[in-house]
Design a binder for this molecule. Structure first.
Ligand code: G3H
Ligand code: 13P
Ligand code: ZN
Length: 323
């Protein structure tokens, strides 16, 4: 199956009432581990690459690793997405590379500038049938010490933003943040905002910073020479509540990083004589599969890989042209 457009993946998720995990990838073991999970639970999947990932893989390795993954898994619908695109230039580069979806993150700009850059990306990408995710509001914990820096997504603005940009999905700020240190105590998330925004925009919503930071992984890392502070991630139940109210794409990177690091540390601490990378990357890859499988089940995408025939970018282009 060729890579599918994000629009198709998320509208099928909408139809089925589930969410699709978007997992960040940088190397072969992550891509293999994620696709193995998709195969095991028969789930569609979104692979996403940040600008850091593009640099790390020098573009061409990423392109061909993903190509290998879809060749090996013809029955799994896969979207290849640019995570946190910063400019039209980056968007052009990845569309050339074969990405079927891009994010333009103008959330740090004032509203009008965010509208302008997002609309420019929509106009460009839709001409290739490529889907566009934009972002409104800024990520960050809703905790006393960061109040003021964080701007939750405003439903009125969201409606105007979607109307004016024509984006296909919207990343919203509801109190999550990126990385392993999200909350010092029980998470506070503005989950009610999700339904309010969805009712106004009626397009799939995206939750960034959705790692759950499992305590057991942090404990394994620390028991094997690591030094990570304890913190709280996003509870799976909160994500499920989000999915019930319009979230269709859930971004997870940190949990995969933690799972791999725990496996590598455990292996090398368990046998300090090991030095063949396959000895520690094999368990690291299996750890990716384990965490991703759990997320696919929890988000409800498991079992949905065979629900639909893939749409091509040419078909999407024609659909955009008619709209
Ligand atoms: O949102 C950020 C993702 O976790 C990607 O992180 O820029 O370090 O690749 P990165
Ligand atoms: P986490 O750091 O919570 O995994 O979030 C990843 C993300 O939002 C990528 O865009
Ligand atoms: Zn993000």
């Amino acid at each position: 199956m060729p890579l599918i457009p994000m629009v198709q993946c998320l509208s099928e998720a909408e139809r089925g009432g589930y969410g699709v995990g978007a997992f960040n990838v940088n190397n072969m073991e992550q891509i293999q581990g994620i696709l193995q999970a998709a195969r095991e639970v028969n789930s569609p999947v979104i692979l996403q690459a940040s600008r850091g990932a593009l640099k790390y893989t020098n573009l061409v390795y990423l392109k061909h690793l993903v190509q290998a993954a879809i060749e090996e898994n013809p029955d799994i619908p896969v979207v290849l997405h640019l995570d946190h695109g910063d400019s039209l230039e980056t968007v052009k580069t990845v569309i050339e590379l074969g990405f079927t979806s891009v994010m333009i993150d103008g959330s740090h700009y004032p509203f009008e500038e965010n509208v302008a850059i997002s609309k420019a990306v929509v106009d460009y990408a839709h001409d290739f049938g490529v889907s566009v995710e934009a972002e409104l509001g800024t990520l960050g914990g809703i905790e006393e010490d960061v109040v003021g820096e964080v701007q939750l997504t405003d439903p009125d603005q969201a409606e105007e933003f979607v109307e004016r940009t024509g984006c296909d999905s919207l990343a919203v700020a509801i109190g999550t943040s990126h990385g392993a240190y999200k909350f010092k105590a029980e998470p506070k998330l503005a989950l009610d905002l999700i339904a309010e925004i969805y009712n106004r925009v009626r397009i799939p919503l995206v939750m960034h910073g959705s790692s759950s930071v499992p305590r057991e992984l942090v404990d394994v890392i620390n028991a094997n020479g690591g030094k990570l502070g304890h913190s709280f991630g996003v509870p799976i139940e909160s994500i499920q509540k989000g999915i019930a109210n319009g979230v269709r794409k859930i971004n997870v990177d940190t949990d995969i990083r933690l799972a791999m690091t725990a496996a590598v540390r455990e292996t090398l601490f368990g046998d300090p004589a090991k030095f063949d990378p396959r000895d520690y990357l094999t368990p690291a890859r299996a750890a990716v599969t384990k965490v991703v499988t759990e997320r696919m089940r929890a988000f409800g995408s498991a079992g949905h890989a065979g629900d639909y025939e893939p749409m091509t970018l040419a078909e999407m282009k024609a659909r955009y042209a008619k709209a």
